[in-house]
Design a protein around this ligand. Structure first.
Ligand SMILES: NC(=O)c1ccc[n+]([C@@H]2O[C@H](COP(=O)([O-])OP(=O)(O)OC[C@H]3O[C@@H](n4cnc5c(N)ncnc54)[C@H](O)[C@@H]3O)[C@@H](O)[C@H]2O)c1
Length: 266
């Protein structure tokens, strides 16, 4: 799908990868962009920058973990721009914690990193299916393919996000619905550097796993993958190569991953 003339909704788009995607969609000639974030002021700023550059966007505060908020985004897109072509559920959370994380952290990880995408599909699909056309872009992570040492809830929930993308693609492909799971390794955003600053082993592992790229690089990869309607968006090609080695030999992949860690253990 080309973005020209399309209507897109994004969550977690006040900063980082989501903001870069929203701006890139604007540059590609999207007809309308609904930019949302828990940080409403940041979402409004991103929308303003798109409008300033000649696009059409609106920014607002939304909690992506709340289904009613997601439904309101779809309604706004339809009301203001006359339809909905693309829903990017992008907000995510990482605590940098192991299996003994408090239940509240496991539950919030599931709410934002998994159920958000389920709810986005539930609220977006009726409009998309009526048009027999639509695109669901789920921001997962390479941690959804490869597992991130040091962060159990993040690895588990991002795997679930990839599984959901696969399930949606299989189920709705013949009805005009496209699905992609975005799976970057390290991207230079506050999300990663807050973890680095806090000394989380998971953030250190990300730094050890491959080169950092900019949010704008990720946005570019998203637009070209959407043009080809590819299921997996891998802005770091090395993640795809490691994923193939993992499929060929999971035990060898465990040894390889442990050897690459900064302190040589998980
Ligand atoms: N940065 C990386 O290295 C990296 C790598 C792989 C995947 N990701 C994924 O990319 C996505 C975006 O992360 P980023 O790196 O751009 O982070 P970021 O911190 O730059 O931006 C995330 C945005 O999400 C917003 N947000 C947080 N909770 C929210 C909620 N409940 N509702 C709505 N908005 C909320 C934040 O306010 C922030 O603006 C996440 O899903 C993350 O897991 C990031």
């Amino acid at each position: 799908m080309e973005l020209t003339g399309r209507v897109a909704v994004l969550t977690g788009a006040g900063h980082g990868i989501g903001a870069a995607m929203a701006r890139r969609f604007g540059a590609a000639g999207a007809r309308g962009i609904v930019v949302s974030d828990l940080d409403g002021a940041a979402a409004e700023e991103v929308a303003e920058s798109i409008n300033h550059a000649g696009g059409r966007a609106v920014g607002l505060r939304v909690d992506a973990a709340a289904k009613d908020d997601l439904r309101a985004l779809v309604e706004l897109a339809v009301e203001r721009y006359g339809g909905l072509d693309v829903f990017c559920s992008n907000a995510g959370i990482a605590y940098g914690v192991g299996v003994y994380a408090e239940d509240e952290r496991w539950q919030h990880s599931f709410a934002l990193n998994v159920l958000q995408h389920v709810h986005a599909a539930q609220v977006a699909l009726p409009t998309m299916l009526r048009a027999r056309n639509g695109y669901l872009v789920i921001t997962a992570s390479s941690a959804g393919l490869l597992t991130l040492p040091g962060d159990a809830p993040y690895s588990v929930t991002k795997h679930a996000a990839v599984a959901l993308a696969e399930w949606l693609a299989l189920t709705y492909h013949t009805r005009g619905i496209k699905v992609s799971a975005l799976c970057p390794l390290g991207v230079r955003t506050p999300f990663l550097f807050d973890g680095v600053d806090a000394g989380h082993p998971a953030a250190a592992a990300v730094l050890a796993m491959g080169p950092l790229i900019e949010p704008e690089d990720v946005a570019e990869a998203v637009v070209s993958a959407m043009a080809e309607e590819r299921l997996l968006i891998l802005p770091h090609p090395s993640a795809g190569e490691t994923y193939a080695r993992k499929a060929a030999s999971p035990d060898e992949w465990i040894r390889e991953t442990l050897a690459a860690l900064p302190n040589g253990k998980g």
